[in-house]
Design a protein around this ligand. Structure first.
Ligand SMILES: *Cc1c(COP(=O)(O)O)cnc(C)c1O
Length: 600
């Protein structure tokens, strides 16, 4: 049977059973974007092609592991938002860059030196090339932009198209063909060109493909130039543009905002956009992408309550809400827990709030599922690093981008203490994470971890898994016992890997920052490290209390509970699922966006 029929109706999910006379009579198929789509009825076809959609713009989208167009949390979140939209059968289209060379592939030498190589992929092997293009003038040259279509299908049939923008077309000048190669590679000029393609090119390609758009949702500021295109289309009526724009900020410090000199902006775009207008919204001195998005969006949100509070301080006078991030439950639940939830909480994947009932799952089955996930991770470690880890030892996981504020080496602050704890009950630690090629400090941290691993090798096994990606994230957040996070507050705007851990009954042990301020119920859903942000303490005092909590909770709570009170441990696991996973998931996030931003 034809593939498009087998997949069900992309709007309502109804099976397109051509054996059934009734449905067969009503099935309608149509070519669109150069591709054939089949629907259960005329009505659904009309919804798909004529209803205005939400356009979700993100510099990176991590939708599946074999499309390496993401670098970390921002892209994975974007992918999870798309997946939840498909579950909820929302009419959305997502726009990103094709990043043909990916972010990068990471190798690490025995000395802990990170080596980078391009993570090339071929969109033609994986995606469908849409036969329409659009153009933009850059440095006086016309640059043609094409789009590759990926259709994300939810388990229940919903379909979201993702457009991957690409300038690697023969008609373009050689240097313009390289614009959409490297995610976060190159200099400021390269980066601004990419953001022009994403924001302005993205808006134009949607128009070329006759999409009707009700809202433009900017996931972080890199796509903010779309507001300029909308201003031009709306005779510079800023209110009209604001009504169409939604902005999610992810950055809690001003220094990290994306900014460009106006000279560069003019060098690339000439007078296509009036400079005085741009300055009015994006700042007088520099083109500040965060300001641009902020000033031209009616709805603006931070990604946790704490992050909203910091953002309000940075942007006085702006109304900023908070929608705390989530993860896509089905994606981030490992197969053994999926089986368990299917058995005890049917339809949990369609409706993850049902995970609130996890306390009813028998403890032994929770433990067995966990041990199976642990084995998958340990087998992977054995195959890739030739190190055997003992599954009966308490295993701590730490994996995220290797960068200064994440403080991956904080746990090694007092080695003697760590060894004492290890004598009371053995521990082992698994790390992973890439440092941005130009992040010297981040690379130094990886090296440090290798040195500690060497120094402690006779007592504590410390593993560093290379080339952290979604697949490894999935193995790690289900296969360790404790998920550690020790960022410097308030720099973790939300954080999401701990939410993945919670979906698999892995216990969070984290600094009270980002989502964990909302998730942590001390001793019930996991444990907190350091003071609550409402306590105003000095930097030194904070660090002292962080180290105190880190070591004393490991020694007196975590290690003894794990080894001597397995029932209490499994209760914590169930609480992680029932009190954290049920809430920190992207269907909840999407429902908030729909009622507060998209229907606004
Ligand atoms: C989930 C995920 C992240 C984000 O992790 P944080 O703890 O939020 O920093 C980064 N990289 C990958 C590959 C992920 O899957």
């Amino acid at each position: 049977m034809e593939k498009s029929l087998l997949l069900g109706c992309p709007v309502c999910g109804t099976k397109l059973d051509i054996g059934n006379m009734k449905t067969r009579l009503e099935i309608v198929c149509n070519n669109f974007w150069g591709k054939k789509f089949c629907f259960c009825s005329k009505n659904c076809k009309r919804h798909f092609f004529e209803d205005p959609k939400i356009a979700y713009f993100s510099m990176e989208i991590g939708i599946t592991n074999d499309i390496p167009t993401y670098s970390g949390g921002l892209g994975v979140l974007a992918g999870d938002i798309v997946k939840a939209s498909a579950d909820l059968k929302l009419q959305m289209v997502a726009i990103t860059l094709v990043s043909r060379k990916g972010y990068f592939k990471q190798k690490i030498t025995n000395e802990g030196e990170q080596q980078e190589s391009p993570n090339s992929w071929d969109p033609s092997k994986r995606l469908f090339r849409v036969p329409k293009t659009t153009t933009i003038t850059l440095e006086g040259r016309s640059v043609e932009i094409q789009a590759w279509l990926y259709e994300h299908r939810s388990q229940n049939g919903g379909l979201i198209p993702i457009l991957f923008l690409d300038t690697d077309i023969e008609s373009n000048a050689p240097e313009d063909r390289r614009i959409t190669d490297f995610l976060y590679g190159g200099d400021k000029k390269y980066r601004l060109k990419q953001e022009i393609i994403l924001g302005i090119g993205g808006t134009r390609i949607l128009e070329a493909l006759s999409f009707k758009i009700s809202k433009y949702h900017m996931n972080e500021g890199q796509s903010a130039l779309l507001t300029l295109e909308l201003l031009n289309k709306n005779n510079l009526n800023s209110e009209k543009v604001q009504n169409q724009c939604v902005f999610t900020t992810h950055t809690p410090i001003e220094a990290a905002f994306d900014q460009f000199p106006y000279q560069l902006f003019q060098e690339l775009l000439g007078n296509q956009f009036m400079l005085s207008t741009v300055k009015q919204y994006a700042g007088q001195d520099n083109l500040n992408m965060t300001y641009l998005a902020l000033n031209l969006s009616k709805y603006v949100n931070g990604v946790s309550k704490a992050h909203m509070n910091y953002s309000k301080k940075i942007f006085p006078g702006h109304h900023i809400r908070s929608v705390t991030n989530g993860v896509h439950s089905f994606t981030w639940t490992c197969c053994f827990f999926r089986e368990l939830y299917d058995k005890y909480i049917p339809s949990w994947a369609n409706e993850p709030v049902l995970l609130v009932r996890a306390s009813e799952i028998p403890s032994l089955e929770i433990w067995n599922a966990h041990m199976k996930a642990k084995k998958i991770l340990f087998d992977y470690i054995k195959n890739t690093t030739s190190t055997s880890l003992d599954p009966n030892i308490l295993t701590i996981g730490f994996a995220r981008r290797a960068t200064g504020y994440k403080r991956s080496t904080l746990i090694f602050s007092r080695i003697q203490k760590l060894l004492e704890i290890n004598n009371r009950g053995k521990i082992q630690i698994v790390f992973a994470g890439k440092a941005h090629p130009r992040d010297v400090e981040g690379k130094q941290l990886i090296k440090k971890i290798f040195q500690y691993a060497q120094e402690l090798k006779d007592q504590i096994k410390i593993i560093y898994i290379e080339n952290y990606d979604m697949q490894i994230a999935s193995k790690l957040t289900s296969g360790v016992d404790v998920w550690l996070n020790t960022p410097i507050p308030p720099l973790e705007a939300s954080g999401t890997s701990g939410m993945k851990a919670a979906h698999n009954g892995v216990i969070n042990f984290s600094v009270l920052d980002g989502w964990w301020i909302e998730g942590c119920i001390e001793g019930i859903t996991g444990w907190g490290i350091g003071p609550h942000p409402s306590e105003l303490v000095s930097v030194e005092e904070r660090r002292k209390r962080e180290l105190n909590d880190l070591y004393s909770k490991l020694e007196y709570l975590i290690v003894p509970t794990y080894y001597k009170n397995r029932d209490a441990w499994i209760t914590l696991m169930k609480n992680s699922i029932a009190k954290l996973a049920y809430y920190f998931q992207t269907q909840r996030v999407l429902k908030r966006y729909i009622t507060e931003a998209y229907l606004l």
